[in-house]
Design a protein around this ligand. Structure first.
Ligand code: SAH
Ligand code: SF4
Length: 404
């Protein structure tokens, strides 16, 4: 079990998701596991590899959810498969479509926990923002997800399912490679992906598999708040692009807004970036920098950012994210002029620093705004309970007054 900096341990789900009627969900099994479960139901040994390949291709290349549709699998094997297995996506509780084309899916998993995935279409690409945990243990002050009480790691199946759900909704399976609409994945939804390393790795391997969804590792970016011990592994074992949530250039400010900085300092994070396997100019590390008015957005901050990137000789670019407000936040977005000045200073330092246009603001789908509806409801529930408790106290004291 991985222990997080604040000592809060995410709950790890069972390796295999078992359906309500006792069937194993095949989504999220890797190829070896798929062969094992197919052998276990009595498919003749000589056929196991072939059947596993066929099922894999139906599930991940064609997106089928029913064994009946697997036309090249013999009838008796299909019957056996259907007796023991399901290919089941979690439930979409709500799909919200923004007027800019962004789509947000609120997904409820078998145990009732929820997470969000967001699809963002752009001219030359379509990016799916995927969650790795329900909630997040790290409590960055400017992030809505960090305020959630419930935290558990998503299973590999639940992570892969977010991609399946988006492809279903975008009707993308018919023409699996040529007609791609989800061309990129960013692990920038809810949660810290490096605190769920094994499941994230397994899910991305399934998504990259060349007989399945076939998304290239160059089109996948994993964003971390700076979990230093796992950054190198991310490069060597998964091989995807790295984004690092920097958000401040001084330890005191960063520790204040991102408590993980007390555990892994700026120096440690930037050193890990310098050592990131595969980082070079053609494949730069992205630094995410949310513009928080009066906190991290001064000209001096911008100059310090340039100095640090040079000092550590980082092949890096900076994504400036206008802070996305959420109900109850203590922060404000920097003034537009200041965001532009900041960007100019960094550009003048020879480092690319585009300002990210906020997408899907009307449906609260932007960075750091994700938080499940059930969590919001439970807050409302809490408020109701608090009200009820007040009434009890009031009636108690009233009673006290009468009897006293
Ligand atoms: N936990 C990972 C990935 C998810 S967050 C991480 O922190 O990197 C995706 C990005 O959105 C991160 O850079 C995060 O710091 C940023 N972010 C969080 N809340 C935000 C907000 N309210 N406005 C703008 N960006 C925010
Ligand atoms: Fe967690 Fe990332 Fe939000 Fe920080 S910014 S609380 S690490 S999801």
């Amino acid at each position: 079990m991985q222990v997080t900096p604040n000592g809060h341990e995410p709950i790890i789900s069972p390796r295999l998701a078992i359906d309500a009627d006792g069937k194993t969900n095949l989504l999220g099994l890797d190829r070896e596991e798929l062969k094992t479960v197919i052998a276990e139901i009595g498919v003749p040994e000589k056929q196991v590899r072939m059947r596993a390949n066929q099922v894999w291709s139906w599930v991940y290349h064609h997106g089928v959810a029913s064994f009946d549709d697997m036309s090249n699998v013999s009838k008796d094997v299909r019957t056996k498969l259907a007796e023991h297995f399901v290919i089941k996506r979690p439930e979409i509780v709500e799909a919200q479509y923004s007027n800019d084309g962004t789509r947000k899916y609120l997904i409820r998993f078998a145990d009732g926990n929820e997470a969000e995935a967001v699809y963002i279409p752009e001219e030359d690409r379509g990016t799916l923002c995927v969650s790795s945990q329900v909630g997040c243990t790290l409590n960055c002050k400017f992030c809505h997800t960090g305020t959630m009480r419930l935290v558990r790691n998503l299973t590999a199946g639940e992570i892969v399912a977010q991609m399946m759900i988006a492809r279903d909704d975008l009707d993308e399976w018919k023409n699996p490679t040529a007609g791609r609409r989800v061309t990129n994945i960013v692990m920038m939804g809810m949660g810290e992906p490096l605190y769920n390393f094994d499941n994230v790795k397994k899910a991305l391997e399934i998504i990259m598999d060349d007989q399945g969804i076939q998304l290239s590792r160059r089109r996948i970016t994993l964003s971390t708040s700076g979990v230093v011990p796992h950054m190198e592994r991310c490069g060597t074992e998964i091989g995807v692009n790295l984004a690092v949530s920097l958000h401040a250039v001084r330890d005191d400010v960063r520790s204040d807004i991102m408590p993980i900085n007390k555990k892994y300092s700026l120096d440690q994070v930037l050193t890990a970036c310098a050592n990131y396997p595969g980082a070079h100019n053609a494949r730069r590390i992205t630094f995410e920098y949310a513009m928080l008015k009066g906190v991290n957005d001064s000209d001096a901050d911008a100059r310090e950012l340039v100095r640090l990137i040079r000092k550590y000789k980082l092949p890096a670019k900076v994504n400036l994210i206008p802070f996305n407000p959420w109900p109850g936040t203590a922060y404000e977005c920097s003034d537009w002029d200041q965001i532009q000045r900041f960007s100019d200073i960094v550009y003048e330092g020879g480092i690319s620093a585009p300002i990210r246009t906020p997408r899907g603001r009307d449906i609260m789908a932007a960075c750091g705004q994700l938080k499940s509806a059930s969590e919001k409801k439970s807050k409302a529930q809490l408020a109701r309970e608090a009200d009820a408790a007040m009434h009890v106290q009031e009636s108690d004291s009233a009673l006290g007054w009468v009897t006293g």
